[in-house]
Design a protein around this ligand. Structure first.
Ligand code: ADP
Ligand code: GLC
Length: 476
C-alpha cells in the first residue's frame, strides 16, 4: 500500500473541461479500491460543484502568498480531496483556464505556479495535514512545476508525471520565470527553459522520476517531431522512464444498465432496448423519427479532433440516408460552420453548442455510430464509452484510438474482436470511406449486432490500468 498525492487541475464531477477530469475523477478511486491511500489536490475554482461538506483544514504560508486548504470528498466516493483556496486566483467566473469569452487568463502562470507550490508543501508534509505521501502523481502542464520544485528538496516523495496532451505545454515569456520567483537552478535548457520561454510541462518531463502517457501508441508518437511539439528529443532521451497506460471507464458513471441520464436501460443481451434512447434523442433534438443510421460526435471543437475533416465530409454525408447529431464547443469558426450545416439540413442534422453531460450520455446510448476522426488522440474516452454503449466508433488510427478500437475486417469479424472502424489518413476521403464501410456493415443486422456485442463486452475497466500504475509506483 502506498500513499499517493494525485495532483490535477480538474476532476469530474467537481470540475471538468475534458478527459483529464474523467481520469482524475476515477483513477484515484480505482487506486483506493486496490488498497492505496490516495488524496486528490485541485484548485478551488468558483465553478466547483460538490454535494459534500467542505471543511477548512489549514493555511499554508509561502514567501509572498498564502492559500487555505479545504477538505471535501470526491462525490460518490471516499476519496479525500484538498481544495487549494485562493479566491483572487481561482474564484473567477469561467472555466479553469479561460474567462467567459474563452480567452486564457492573463495570470495563468501565477495561478498554476501557486497551485504547484502549495502541492509541494503538502507533498513535503508541510501542509499541516498530518500526512505525507510516498508518491506524488502529477498531470499535465498545470502541475509541471511540482516535480521541478520537489527535485530541489531532500527527503522528497517520488514523482510521476502523466502527459494527457502534448499540445498544451504551459509556455510563458521568460519574464514569468523571475516574476514567479522560481529557483534559478531550474532555468537551463535541460530544465524549465524551452527556446527562451518558461515551459511548465518541462518541469514534469525533465524532473519527474517517471513519465507516463495515456496510451502505448501515444508514448511512441510523442517521441517524433509530428507529435512531440519540440520536446520529442527530451522524450526520447527519457525513453526508459516513459510508459503508456491506457485510460479506463468509470463504471459508476458509464453503465447502460443504470445510467440515470438515458431513456431506456439495456446491455448486450437486451440490445433491442437501446432503440428507446434513439427515439428519445431524436425527439429531444427535434429530428424526425426516421429509421436511418444515426451518427454522433461529442467533442471539444479544436484542430486535434479533426473537425475540419468532418466538415469536408458533411456535404456528401447529408446526401446519404442518415442523421447526425453533434455536441461540442470550441473554436468559433467550427461552431459557425456546423450550425450553418444543421440549419440547411434540419431533418438530418442537429448541433448543440455548449457543454451538457446528460445529453452526452443520451447521445452515446441513442446513436448507432460514433465519430472520432482525431488528428491525434493521446487516449480518448468517448470511443471507450461508445463501445461500452453498443455504439461502434469510427476513428482515425492514432494514439489511444489505435490501441482501443479494433477495425472491422473479415478476420476480426470471424474471431469476434472487431469493435469499430479505423481509417489511416487524416483526410476527408479516408474518413468518408470509413463512414461508407460502416454504413455497409450496419445494413447487415446480424453482423452489426455482433460488432456491438464485441465492443460492449470488452474490458475497459479502470482496475487493469490502476494495477499498471501500482506496478510503476512499486518501482519507485
Ligand atoms: P479530450 O480530453 O481531449 O477532450 P476525451 O475523449 O479524453 O477528449 O474526453 C472528453 C470528455 O469530455 C468525455 O467525457 C466527453 O464526453 C466530454 N465532453 C467533451 N465535450 C463535451 C460537451 N460539449 N458536453 C459534454 N461532454 C463533453
Ligand atoms: C487529453 C487527451 C485525451 C485523453 C484525456 C485524458 O485531454 O486529449 O485523448 O483521453 O486527456 O487522458
Amino acid at each position: 500500500m502506498k500513499k499517493i498525492l494525485f495532483v490535477s487541475s480538474e476532476a469530474h464531477p467537481l470540475i471538468k473541461t475534458g478527459g483529464l477530469a474523467d481520469v482524475s475523477g476515477s483513477l484515484p478511486k480505482a487506486l483506493a479500491d486496490l488498497g492505496d491511500e490516495v488524496r486528490l489536490i485541485i484548485p478551488n475554482y468558483q465553478a466547483i460543484k460538490t454535494t459534500g461538506d467542505i471543511y477548512y483544514k489549514s493555511t499554508v504560508q509561502l514567501q509572498n502568498a498564502y492559500a487555505n486548504l479545504l477538505e471535501t470528498r470526491l462525490p460518490g466516493t471516499d476519496v479525500l480531496v484538498w481544495l487549494v483556496d485562493c479566491p483572487q486566483l481561482f474564484g473567477l467566473a469561467g472555466n479553469p483556464y479561460t474567462d467567459a469569452q474563452g480567452q486564457a487568463y492573463a495570470n495563468n502562470a501565477e495561478r498554476f505556479a501557486l497551485f504547484c507550490r502549495i502541492a509541494v508543501e503538502v507533498a513535503m508534509g508541510r501542509g499541516y495535514l498530518d500526512w505525507k505521501p510516498d508518491i506524488v502523481h502529477c498531470n499535465d502542464w498545470q502541475t509541471g512545476l511540482v516535480p521541478a520544485l520537489l527535485s530541489l528538496e531532500s527527503g522528497r516523495p517520488a514523482t510521476v508525471f502523466t502527459i494527457h496532451n502534448m499540445a498544451y505545454q504551459g509556455l510563458f515569456p521568460k519574464q514569468a520565470f523571475s516574476l514567479l520567483n522560481l529557483p534559478r537552478a531550474l532555468w537551463h535548457p535541460n530544465g524549465l527553459e524551452f527556446n527562451g520561454s518558461l515551459s511548465f510541462i518541462k518541469g514534469g518531463l525533465a524532473y519527474a522520476d517517471r513519465i507516463t502517457t495515456v496510451s502505448p501508441t501515444y508514448a511512441e508518437e510523442i517521441q517524433s517531431a509530428e507529435f512531440g511539439y519540440g520536446l520529442e528529443g527530451l522524450l526520447s532521451y527519457r525513453n526508459n522512464d516513459l510508459t503508456g497506460i491506457v485510460n479506463g471507464i468509470d463504471d459508476g458513471q458509464w453503465n447502460s444498465l443504470t445510467d440515470p441520464a438515458i431513456a431506456s436501460h439495456y446491455d448486450a443481451s437486451s440490445l433491442a432496448d437501446k432503440q428507446g434512447n434513439k427515439t428519445a434523442l431524436q425527439t429531444r433534438l427535434g429530428l424526425p423519427l426516421a429509421k436511418v443510421p444515426l451518427f454522433a460526435l461529442i467533442s471539444r471543437l479544436v484542430d486535434q479532433k479533426g473537425i475540419d475533416l468532418l466538415l469536408a465530409c458533411l456535404p456528401e454525408m447529408m446526401a446519404l440516408p442518415l442523421q447526425f447529431v453533434l455536441l461540442g464547443s470550441g473554436e468559433k469558426q467550427y461552431e459557425q460552420q456546423l450550425v450553418a450545416f444543421a440549419k440547411a439540413n434540419p431533418e438530418k442534422m442537429a448541433v448543440t453548442l455548449g457543454y451538457d453531460e446528460d445529453l452526452a450520455h443520451l447521445m452515446e446510448a441513442g446513436a448507432d455510430l460514433f465519430l472520432m476522426p482525431s488528428r491525434f488522440e493521446p487516449c480518448g474516452l468517448n470511443q471507450l464509452y461508445s463501445q461500452r454503449y453498443g455504439t461502434p466508433p469510427i476513428v482515425r488510427r492514432c494514439g489511444g484510438l489505435a490501441d482501443t478500437v479494433i477495425d472491422t475486417l473479415p478476420e476480426t469479424l470471424a474471431n469476434n474482436t472487431a469493435t469499430g472502424f479505423v481509417f489511416d489518413q487524416a483526410s476527408a476521403g479516408s474518413l468518408m470511406e470509413a463512414i461508407k464501410r460502416a454504413l455497409f456493415v450496419h445494413s447487415q443486422p446480424k453482423v452489426w449486432q455482433q460488432l456491438q456485442t464485441n465492443g460492449m463486452q470488452k474490458d475497459f475497466s479502470w482496475q487493469n490500468s490502476a494495477k499498471a500504475y501500482q506496478a510503476l509506483y512499486a518501482q519507485l
